[in-house]
Design a protein around this ligand. Sequence first.
Ligand code: GLN
Length: 505
Amino acid sequence: MGGTTDLAELTGAELADALAAGETTSVEATRACLDRIEALDGTLGSFLHVDAEGALAAAAEADERRSAASPASPLDGVPVAVKDLLCTVGQPTTAGSRILEGWVPPYDATVVTRLRRAGLPILGKTNLDEFAMGSSTEHSAYGPTRNPWDTERTPGGSGGGSAAAVAARLAPLAIGTDTGGSIRQPGALTGTVGVKPTYGGVSRYGIVAMASSLDQAGPVTRTVLDAALLHEVIGGHDPLDSTSIDAPVPPVVEAARRGDVAGLRIGVVKELGGEGFQSGVQARFEESVQLLTEAGATVVEVSCPSFAHALAAYYLVMPSEVSSNLARFDAMRYGLRVFPEGVDDPSAEQVMAATRDAGFGDEVKRRIILGTYALSSGYYDAYYGSAQKVRALVARDFGRAFEQADVLVSPTAPTTAFRMGEKLDDPLAMYLQDVATIPANLAGVPGLSLPAGLAEDGLPVGVQFLAPLQADDRLYNAAAALERLLLEKWGGPLLAPSATEEVSA
Ligand code: GLN
């Protein structure tokens, strides 16, 4: 094994193999990541907190297990980064918000517990739009994350930190969360693989809630196999989450290793693509479908008419749940407490108001107000009720589409990475980034974004796979097949330039 930078260039599976073969150690690999974070993250801003000491201690323990030939899991010793929406004992959890600044949770999210149990050293916590609300990571209270492909552009969001960290090889693996696209859209914009598992497939326990009926944590990686390996670690039933599915994790690793689409029926969703999608995005998508066809898949066009209303329904359901979930930030129980200026002996309500005013950013306030309005008596049926009906229609459309196709495909996002600031003053333009990802959250079905090449502007494009509930393995099978075909075509993976090294120099 060469220098430490080479170690950071390995995928999770490659590193796991090197660890199993005794060619390197977890301490060395973890140090390589920490060195790269140190060198590059001043520019990228993908981490909010780095836990060098904790990660190296966990790595040393992994090395002991490896030398005793008793690894805790196939990924034992492979470092991981975790979105700062997941509770971590010993590391702050801010959700990208001032209202949680300095808060250190007294418990781990189940996903974190499982990462630790499987022996993955946790490098730190990654940046995100405040409370995971956004599509560019510019709504973080702690400053934006930059896209390693072009540091003048956003990495997408809300999980831009995890995506940028993986794209820039600061971490081989990361965890994201996806309420409307926050794993998949940053995946598309940074050229990484991102998976939103079936709703209930990965525990939500200990994840700061945005919209509980939509939130789902999942893998952020550079390859389909890495995502499957990570999915297997974090997935599965958790009695601490009442919506957790009591069934085994679908055979995702086996599917990722198989990657065989011969005879597979692939449905191109008419409503997710075409008009409004950048030409280079559409072109890479069509080439991907062509490659899958040449590999033996049959392609059918499917129509999901209600998807046209999915974005509107999401922007009622999601804020409604947000307004309820964020009521817990009341300045009394934990987090920030601000006393109103010039008020002697303020009431609890006055402290609450001053704290929320100072602690929440504009986008969060916008959604709380929207949700409170949608749920208020007299408007409930017209707004929340109608949105729930659309949600049922979206699920019905998926059901019909999956009678005709085993997996569905679409571009993941309508554009490549956009410039920082470009959509910041135009919330609706920002919301449109998730037009193709939101239907899966509304219906609970799993989705995966795979890098599909570069558009005319030289920036990455993502292709999205969607599968029926609890058939996550189909995503991995189809994506692994396409990944292999693309790698053959390109002669190797398309990696974000390490030019960020020069930028930071
Ligand atoms: N960008 C979407 C939003 O702002 C999705 C967010 C997410 O998936 N967490 O709501």
